[in-house]
Design a protein. Structure first.
Length: 433
């Protein structure tokens, strides 16, 4: 099929190249010339395992092209809208300007029978509002939310765990077109839910709200564990054996960040309030608050280990990305804690395998170094704030010769306390004695 993908950020770039890999003829369109230049030369503008190889393969095969010229969407029969929907600067609500301008831009290039497919995460009611302009030219609208995780984006796109199509009741044409796009996943029995616009929009934010709630639930248990001497990691193991609960997303620590969970729960609350259903989602305010309290607790723990004062202490920060295998520092708990410690007068030396450049753009005032050894040299305390494999594998015996004081704070419950204590370190973590 000939397909256009409008918006070549995280979602769009991965979606466009994955569809090209599946055998479709894809054009990726974005207003950012620099991004298009990078993508056209098979370079990903962000760190995502497998994406550069996929770009290179599909660009060479000629099944993928990138452009800033919206008119090149003409002739495609399916047009995916994959632009960003960030949080507004002065409120919790979603900034829909990019979605609106993508819809305005595509409409002039549509032919009757084309299907415009929204992939961006939008407040419920957006598709209904945008459908009119699309339908006026004889095209169809569908909403097809995306559930990819950063770090696994290519795999999640090529082999999704479910497909959701939000369509007008009886719009068999859009369903048939989407089935052709996703023929390979459907041949592997991927579950498919066909529903209306509103449900499809809600599925996405409900899924992220559930995941955020699950993380904050275990972090709330960590708060209680901290005042009782209990161990939240054992608690998570024990409740996780109950198949109805499940162990995944019960890792207590610094909490969630990134470009999705935080802004999605806030946007969901804002939209529910507009619709008069704000009370139904009041609990998400608490989910957000529990999450942010973990960052304060980490700063407090650091102060405690340093004997009451952060000012002047040499602090090594290992990890800046919001999670491992990503260079994304949007709303990153790790970068936030590093910045707070520096603001409190700590001499922070921070490192990350991928996220130094992205961190520097947001927090130019911090001192970044390339390696664990440089960060930890003469440190009074070492903080692990993102659970990269190389930090989980650090040998405490080797690291102790580098630091000034053997104190390790495990912000992600990713280290083995026994091993660190046996090597003579003071080991402290969130939610553990
Ligand atoms: C999330 C969802 O998992 C995806 O399904 C969704 O498609 C995506 O948002 C989106 O809306 O685009 P992502 O932001 O890539 O994906 O990251 P997650 O793997 O969900 O992790 C989010 C945050 O939660 C990270 O900061 C991670 O460290 C934290 N987390 C995760 C925990 O603190 N504990 C856990 O047990 C799991």
């Amino acid at each position: 099929m000939k397909i256009s993908v409008i918006g070549c950020g995280y979602l769009g770039a991965v979606h466009a190249s994955s569809l090209a890999k599946l055998g479709h003829d894809v054009v990726g369109i974005d207003i950012d010339q620099a991004k298009i230049d990078l993508l056209s030369s098979a370079q990903a503008p962000f760190y995502e395992p497998g994406l550069p190889e996929l770009l290179s393969e599909t660009l060479t095969a000629g099944t993928l092209t990138f452009t800033t010229d919206m008119s090149l969407a003409r002739g495609a029969s399916v047009h995916f809208i994959a632009v960003g929907t960030p949080q507004q600067e002065d409120s919790n609500a979603v900034d829909l300007r990019a979605v609106e301008s993508a819809f305005e831009g595509i409409v002039a290039h549509l032919s009757p029978g084309d299907v415009v497919v929204g992939k961006s995460t939008v407040p419920v009611g957006t598709a209904e509002r945008l459908a009119e302009g699309i339908e006026a030219v004889g095209a169809h609208l569908a909403w097809n939310p995306e559930f990819l995780r950063e770090g696994y984006a290519v795999k999640d796109t090529i082999s999704p765990d479910r497909l959701v199509y939000g369509v007008r009741p009886g719009d068999d044409h859009s369903v048939a077109m989407l089935d052709k796009v996703y023929a390979r996943a459907l041949a592997h029995d991927t579950p498919r839910v066909i529903t209306d616009f509103a449900t499809s929009e809600l599925v996405k934010v409900a899924a992220n709200a559930f995941l955020a709630t699950k993380i904050s639930f275990i972090n709330a248990m960590a708060e209680v564990a901290e005042v009782t001497g209990a161990d939240v990691t054992q608690l998570a193991d024990a409740i996780g054996y109950d198949a109805r609960i499940g162990r995944r997303f019960l890792n207590a620590g610094l909490g969630f960040g990134g470009g999705c969970l935080p802004k999605d729960i806030r946007g969901f609350m804002a939209r529910a309030s507009e619709l008069g259903a704000g009370d139904a989602l009041n609990f998400l305010g608490e989910v957000d608050a529990i999450n942010l309290r973990r960052r304060e607790r980490m700063v407090d723990l650091c102060r405690e280990v340093l004997g009451g004062t952060i000012t002047g202490a040499k602090i090594a920060v290992l990890g800046l990305a919001f999670k491992p295998d990503s260079d994304d520092v949007r709303d990153s708990p790790a970068l936030d804690v590093a910045a707070r410690l520096a603001e409190l007068g700590g001499h922070v030396r921070a490192t990350d395998p991928q996220a130094i450049e992205t961190s520097r753009r947001l927090r130019p005032e911090l001192d970044y170094v390339a390696t664990v050894e440089e960060a930890a040299r003469d440190a009074d305390v070492v903080l692990v704030l993102t659970e990269w494999r190389e930090y989980r594998d650090i040998n405490p015996v080797v690291l102790k010769s580098v630091v000034s004081v053997r104190a390790i704070l495990d912000g992600r419950n990713c280290l083995n306390p026994v091993q660190w204590r046996e090597a003579g370190w003071t080991y402290r973590a969130l939610g553990r004695p």
